[in-house]
Design a protein around this ligand. Sequence first.
Ligand code: MG
Length: 396
Amino acid sequence: MTIIEPPTLEKPPRRREKRRPVRRHAGPTLKITSLSLWHVPLTSHVTYRMASGKSCATVETVVLRVETDAGITGWGEVCPIPHYLPAYARGVAPALEELAPILIGADPLGAEALMARADAHLEGHVYAKSALDIALWDITGRAAGLPLMTLLGGRRTETLPLYHSITCVEPDEMARIAREAQATGITQFQAKLGASGDWTTDVERLAKVREAVGPGPLVYGDWNCGTTSLEATRVGRAASHLDVMLEQPCPTIADCVRVREATRLPMKLDEVAHDTASLLQAHKDGCMDAVALKLSKFGGLSATRRARDLCLHLGARMCVEDTWGGDITTAALLHLAAATPPDRLLNTCDLAGYVGPSLAIDTPRRHNGRIAPPEGPGLGITVDVGALGAPDLILE
Ligand SMILES: [Mg+2]
């Protein structure tokens, strides 16, 4: 019998492993050091006339810069249209002054944690918080080296469909504007209604724009809350043979429901859909075939993303946009739109394309009726600080 000795395994010399010290996250890695605010008049290339005497010619936008101790800067913007929603441009500075004690020195990363503290400190004032929330997202994206659309759920599409808004003027002129926009590739047309105060002209506006663009494209008429259920029902019934959608005829969900039921035309809600409760109510009442998700109605990217996710469950098609604004607002909404499933995104809006001056040097522009989101980290645009001049307010 041969005993085979097992080979002796030479033990390697014991080496003392050098362990890297575990870096524990003991607190904020970035701190907000200052907030700067500018008020910039934005002038529309075309004056927008709406119902109830509302218009957009030159409107003040509010630009916010949030700086950190790491040298990373975030930009936000909000541009309330006067008399449009409970929001005004000069209300942003006092709201941010009120919030300054909890913002200065705080960690901006992640946006939602600090926005929750801001909500606890100052209830409401969602439009002012919208600019802040966008800036915090911008910082978070730049710190991560990722575009916001990646952080908001990931890019779902290369380019996004745009609608073109047509000012409320004579029906033939509106038809001409629609044809002009269609020649550039636009396939969705929003005709503003109600500015002349007679319902028969609104029927003509819908009919002429519908006829001008031919079958296929989406045509809808928007009263911006500026009519009654009686007039809107008369318009809708007279236009019920047309392939059109109605948008926000009246100032309450209940009145919009009556119009939806009486006309059987699909309806898009806008001004009355601004939080979770109103979205749920409108869905329950059956008058929300589509809805405008505007960043400053909900309180920025964080809150509008939650509204977007709710609408994915409710089934409404979404227009991801904002009330008005320049390049910073446009960049923010394009990121959220790009991270939204394309079959649920009705359209988006290149607000920066409607106004001047430009606030950034590299904001995407519309091409063939569509637009691509910016691709760089954060908002992905370069704000033209020189064009802004000296800030109107600095909080440190
Ligand atoms: Mg609208």
